[in-house]
Each structure stands twice: as structure tokens, then as C-alpha cells.
Design a protein around this ligand. Structure first.
Ligand SMILES: NC(=O)c1ccc[n+]([C@@H]2O[C@H](COP(=O)([O-])OP(=O)(O)OC[C@H]3O[C@@H](n4cnc5c(N)ncnc54)[C@H](O)[C@@H]3O)[C@@H](O)[C@H]2O)c1
Length: 379
């Protein structure tokens, strides 16, 4: 099998998790990639990443601080792994795609749905592979929950409860600024959850949401709460979701809840319920998630087990990167394509748009950019 000649753009936190994924692949003998270059506007981060890659690859990729220069000089590049802040996604992606590089890009696909559509269009025009790095659904626990639901163990799904209620009084850097992040946790973490809603239940048809900032002043330093910084993203979202198949969902995210913290992530069907972090409840029976995971792995067909957990690897980012390299080499399909990323993001954006106009919105209207009042403030 050949190798995919690749580069990183953005060498921060998640790129380091990608580096770990690459190392896992390499150590398992999956050496379908080679990193020729790394790029970050912060040269020290780029250098650290290049040194990390050199440790297993055997040589240090070239270092760049400008993506245009990298694309111009690295003529052998076939693919780029984009791990920048959200505001840069569409700019960097379209440059790479226009230079005919396949891309894997971190979630959310773009700052707005309009930009996301531009990325999809560029991938289509240039005949390039576009993978959105949506790793949550690749976890053994999520694959198992999906099997539990799809095999009818809870009966027909009826209700979704997704409540994350906690307090995060400190400042979180660029993630707390709308023009860089596009929104708060409803988009950053929420796009993962939206992907899980779609993966486990199906398409959301409509939602109504209220989103607010209850606590705009955050401690700059977690250890030393003397200096305060003003944030301009929402810290609280409460939404009611209607799925095309009749399921109703309650989605609550807040990082501004003092005192009691609470998390409940569960899908209820007409026979029972599956609860994240716990397991399956049917009448008076309870089966813990770990037992379900074991059962699921045992009944998986060999070829499917190998696709989902190659060589038994459980690191979700290693798995997604392998899928990307295989697809570039013509040996497989992308599961979390650009359209998956766009549809996931449309659910998060629907929350902001619904809250903006104080009315329910159809997800299709968000996907097709017929409603973009909130998003216009980002463009
Ligand atoms: N899949 C996951 O579980 C997960 C987890 C965390 C972050 N993410 C996603 O990863 C992306 C990056 O997040 P992070 O936590 O690594 O942020 P980060 O701030 O740690 O890293 C971002 C890096 O991008 C660099 N950068 C910004 N613009 C650039 C440009 N034009 N060219 C080159 N480099 C540029 C910055 O200098 C920085 O080093 C975001 O899309 C985020 O949502 C995904």
C-alpha cells in the first residue's frame, strides 16, 4: 500500500491529539501516511509538532507559518489535516482544495453554514475528498449505543433527554469569542452532540431554542480569580427538537449553573431506555454499558469490526485518520463526509437562529441558508 503525503495546518491542542492518533497507527504498523510539512502561525507550535512527528516518522517535516507558502512549495502534498480555530476553517480549506489537496478538517466544518457550503462546493469542483473530523460516534460506547437502539432493544425511540448542567466560571480563550468560535458550547461541543442525535435517532426536522449569556464575566486565570474577562458567546441553551420520525428531544447545555451540577443523556423508547455512562434499562432489568460493549464486539462481523476498530484500536482520532488515508488511497469510504458535517452544524446553528427570531426553525431552512440572521453577524 502506498502512503499519503500529508501536512498539518494548525498545531494546537487537537492537532496534538491527532499526533497521538498517528503514533498509535504507526506503532500498530499502519503506516499509510507521511507528513512532509506542518504549518501554524505560531512557529513554536509548528516546531513542536514537527519534532513530535519526527520521533516516529524518522525525519522532521518542514515548518511553515503561512499556508499559501506551504502549498506553493510542497508540490508533492496530497492531503492536509486542518486543525485551526473555527474562523480560519473555510479560508484554509478552500486554499487547500483549490490546490487539489484532499482534506480532513476538524469540526465544526465552518464558522457559518454559508462557509460550510463553500467548502463542500470547492471539494466537489476540485474532485477532492472532504472528511469532517467527527470522532465522537467512533467511540466503542457510541457504536454500542447505536447497536442497542438500531437492534430495537429499547423499542421504538420516543424521547431524547440531553442535559449538561455545570459551571465553568473561567475564561476559555478564543472559544469565548463569537467572531473566532462562531458561538459557544452549543456549537463547539454541541456539533458533536448533534452528530450523535442524527446518528442514533435520525434527522431533526425543527427546533425551538432560547440561548443566553447568563455570566458574561469570566475569571481570566482559573487559579487566580482576580481579573475578569468579558465573553460574547452564549453560555446557556435550552431547545426542544422534533425529529422527522416523531422523536421529541430536550437539549439543555449550560456552563453557568451555580451549585448542583447534573448530567443526563438518555434515549427512551417504548420498551426501555439507554442512558449514557450507565447502560440499558428494560422493565426491572439493567445491563451496564460495559457488558453491552462486550456483547456488541462479540456479535460484530469480522470485516465490520476491522473497519470500526482496526487491529483493535479504540482511539477515535486514530480510527478517523486511518479512514481518511485509506479513502485517499482509494481503499475505502468516508463516513463523516462534508455533508454529514454540514447537517450536524445546521442543528447547532438552528439553536442560534431560533433564539434570534424567537420562533421555531426548520433545519432544512438552516442547511439551505434561508435563515441566517445570527450567522450574518459572523460574516
Ligand atoms: N474532535 C474533538 O474532540 C475536538 C477537540 C478539541 C478541538 N477540536 C477542534 O479542533 C480545532 C482546533 O481546536 P484546538 O483546541 O486545537 O485550538 P488551539 O487554539 O489549541 O489550536 C489552533 C491552532 O491553529 C493555529 N492557527 C490559527 N489560524 C491559523 C492559520 N491560518 N494557519 C495556521 N495555523 C493557524 C493557531 O495558532 C493554533 O495553534 C477546532 O476546530 C476545534 O473545534 C476538536
Amino acid at each position: 500500500m502506498g502512503t499519503v503525503k500529508c501536512a498539518f495546518v494548525g498545531c494546537g491542542g487537537i492537532a496534538n491529539a491527532h499526533l497521538k492518533g498517528l503514533r498509535i497507527l504507526w506503532e500498530n504498523g499502519i503506516r499509510t501516511f507521511e507528513f512532509l510539512a506542518v504549518c501554524d502561525i505560531d512557529i513554536e507550535r509548528a516546531n513542536r509538532m514537527a519534532e513530535g512527528i519526527a520521533l516516529f516518522q524518522g525525519y522532521k517535516p518542514k515548518i511553515y507559518t503561512d499556508v499559501d507558502e506551504m502549498l506553493e512549495k510542497e508540490t508533492e502534498l496530497q492531503a492536509v489535516d486542518i486543525c485551526t480555530t473555527h474562523n480560519e476553517h473555510h479560508k484554509v480549506a478552500i486554499k487547500c482544495l483549490s490546490a487539489k489537496k484532499h482534506i480532513t478538517i476538524e469540526k465544526p466544518l465552518a464558522l457559518t453554514i454559508r462557509y460550510a457550503r463553500m467548502i463542500l462546493e470547492s471539494a466537489r469542483e476540485n474532485g477532492c475528498i472532504l472528511q469532517v473530523a467527527e470522532n465522537y460516534r467512533r467511540a466503542l460506547s457510541e457504536r454500542t449505543i447505536n447497536w442497542v437502539i438500531k437492534s430495537g432493544k429499547i423499542g421504538k425511540p420516543k424521547m431524547l433527554f440531553w442535559l449538561d448542567i455545570f459551571d465553568r466560571p473561567w475564561y476559555w480563550g478564543w472559544r469565548d469569542h463569537k467572531h473566532i468560535a462562531g458561538g459557544g458550547w452549543t456549537l463547539d461541543g454541541g456539533v458533536h452532540f448533534a452528530d450523535l442525535f442524527r446518528y442514533h435517532i435520525g434527522e431533526v426536522e425543527e427546533l425551538y431554542a432560547v440561548s443566553k449569556t447568563y455570566n458574561p464575566m469570566r475569571y481570566r486565570d482559573r487559579e487566580n480569580p482576580s481579573e475578569l474577562v468579558k465573553i460574547d458567546v452564549e453560555d446557556t441553551t435550552m431547545a426542544i427538537l422534533t425529529f422527522e420520525n416523531g422523536v421529541t428531544g430536550t437539549w439543555v447545555l449550560t456552563n453557568s449553573a451555580k451549585g448542583k451540577e447534573k448530567r443526563l443523556r438518555a434515549i427512551y423508547g417504548d420498551n426501555g431506555s439507554i442512558v449514557w455512562g450507565e447502560g440499558l434499562y428494560i422493565e426491572d432489568k439493567y445491563i451496564p454499558l460495559e457488558e453491552l460493549e462486550e456483547e456488541y464486539l462479540n456479535i460484530l462481523e469480522e470485516s465490520e469490526r476491522e473497519r470500526l476498530f482496526p487491529l483493535g484500536i479504540k482511539d477515535t482520532i486514530a480510527i478517523e485518520l486511518k479512514e481518511f488515508f485509506d479513502a485517499v488511497l482509494g481503499k475505502g469510504e468516508i463516513e463523516t463526509t462534508g455533508i454529514v458535517g454540514l447537517k450536524d452544524e445546521a442543528i447547532s446553528m438552528a439553536v442560534y437562529e431560533s433564539s434570534w427570531i424567537n420562533a421555531p426553525v426548520k433545519i432544512k431552512d438552516i442547511e439551505e441558508c434561508r435563515i441566517e440572521n445570527y450567522q450574518k453577524t459572523l460574516m
